[in-house]
Ligand binder design. Structure first.
Ligand code: ARG
Length: 424
């Protein structure tokens, strides 16, 4: 059923029919409508959609034209599509760790097409893709936006900036001394140049590596990499071009430097302490903490060929990161859902929600992290993350209340993006 619909809408476009051919007026009858801002559930609501955008939400059935289709979700809990602020959809399809090293960038884009569809089908209607070589992510975003392939809305970073030999470089070591990743730049002017290049090729945001990481060879997870001067240059240049900045940072010093430099989000944020949490609150820095990864890597990593070095690093990070998450939630730091999907299978993104609850959030807080908070981080808060007039009709449905058990979001039964039904 679901594939038929997807293929149909893709085919509609390929046949050159206009947007309106499938994005006409649609009426949704929602049995329970979850307001993610207030946590209230309204019964029996009508959502009127036209041309991909929500026109009205009301308890009274609105006026619609005669041939308007009604989608009956009267036994469902309906809410805005989920948003994942840390993904790597452009990637090979093999589970084997080493295969990635021998895969062409072109093959990885094909992986991206498959992974994007899986992500959308799981109810993730918006993602932020943080790091892809050769602007593969820009191409995928554009193809999705053009309706050529199914996938979530994407905010993309292009190549992640990083120091020579750092986490964003050593990820792609291939034993050639001349080789370096596309985003490598050392020094304040070099990082500015790299950002200008990324902007030229139409990225939506800037990602950089502030510290070492788990899945890179020879880097220390807690070790700061860029200097404060370089980080300040990155943020200044990115913000000048109206691009937000996401900093990969596990270690405390790297996190603090990145916050002081003015980044918009810290990715991973594993080693937090009271002082760093205070700093994040003071600067309004958003945390994007991928706390589901640990479980997957420790259970499946060895089978998938992840080297012992990286498994050992995961062990250093996991427990601490979850404690940090708990502390940050308690302190009221702003959080989004960032999963690092790609480390575990695409489409499993929502598995992180129950872990966010396990480590201190209420289900509503976890849902807000994956909707309105993420929308704010992207600066798309007027378009996505809520179901209100003028917002995109990015709508999902589940069988029971996600406010009681957030894990139901792992089994989304209905997905609409921009007024197009992808799964029902
Ligand atoms: N991309 C991150 C890195 O390589 C993943 C960290 C995964 N582990 C975790 N506990 N969050 O550093």
């Amino acid at each position: 059923m679901k594939t038929t619909i997807t293929r149909l809408s893709a085919a509609t476009l390929l046949l050159g029919l206009s947007q309106a051919a499938f994005a006409d007026e649609v009426l949704i009858k929602a049995g329970h409508l979850v307001d993610v801002a207030s946590g209230k559930v309204a019964m029996s609501q009508w959502i009127k959609v036209n041309d991909g955008v929500i026109i009205s939400v009301s308890s009274q059935k609105p006026e619609v034209s005669q041939d308007t289709k009604t989608i009956d979700l009267s036994d469902k809990f309906v809410m805005p599509g989920l948003m994942d602020m840390h993904t790597h959809v452009v990637r090979g399809l093999s589970k084997n760790f080493y295969d990635g090293y021998f895969q062409s960038p072109h093959r990885a884009v094909i992986g991206g097409v498959v992974n994007a569809e899986k992500t959308l089908m799981a109810g993730i209607t918006t993602i932020r893709n943080v790091g892809a070589s050769d602007f593969q992510d820009v191409a995928l975003r554009n193809a999705i936006n053009a309706g050529e392939v199914p996938g979530p809305r994407m905010a993309v970073s292009g190549p992640a900036l990083g120091i020579s030999g750092g986490h964003c470089d050593a990820n792609s070591l291939n034993h050639s001394f001349k080789e370096k990743a596309g985003g490598i730049a050392d020094g304040p002017w070099a990082v500015r140049q790299k950002i200008r290049e990324n902007v030229k090729y139409q990225v939506d945001l800037i990602k950089f590596c502030a510290t070492g990481g788990v899945f890179s060879k020879g880097t220390k997870v807690g070790q700061r990499q860029y200097t404060l001067e370089e980080m300040k240059a990155i943020v200044d240049e990115a913000h000048t071009h109206n691009r937000t900045v996401a900093a990969h940072a596990h270690g405390t010093e790297g996190i603090q430097y990145a916050i002081k430099a003015g980044v918009d989000s810290i990715e991973h944020a594993s080693f937090l302490d009271k002082q760093t949490i205070k700093l994040a609150k003071k600067y309004g820095t958003v945390l994007s903490m991928d706390i589901y990864n640990t479980e997957y890597t420790l259970a499946e990593g060895a089978k998938n060929g992840v080297p012992q070095e990286n498994i050992d690093k995961e062990k250093q990070v996991g427990t601490k990161q979850r404690q940090s998450f708990k502390m940050a939630v308690k302190a009221g730091v702003k959080m989004v859902m960032g999963t690092d999907a790609g480390i575990y299978p695409h489409g499993d993104n929502a598995k992180q929600l129950s872990r966010m609850v396990k480590f201190g959030m209420t289900p509503l807080q976890a849902i807000q992290a994956a909707t309105i908070n993420s929308a704010q981080l992207l600066n798309w808060q007027d378009k996505v993350g809520q179901l209100k007039p003028k917002y995109y009709a990015d709508i999902i449905a589940v069988d029971s209340s996600p406010l009681e058990n957030v894990a139901v979001l792992e089994n989304v039964s209905f997905v609409m993006k921009g007024g197009v039904v992808y799964k029902n």
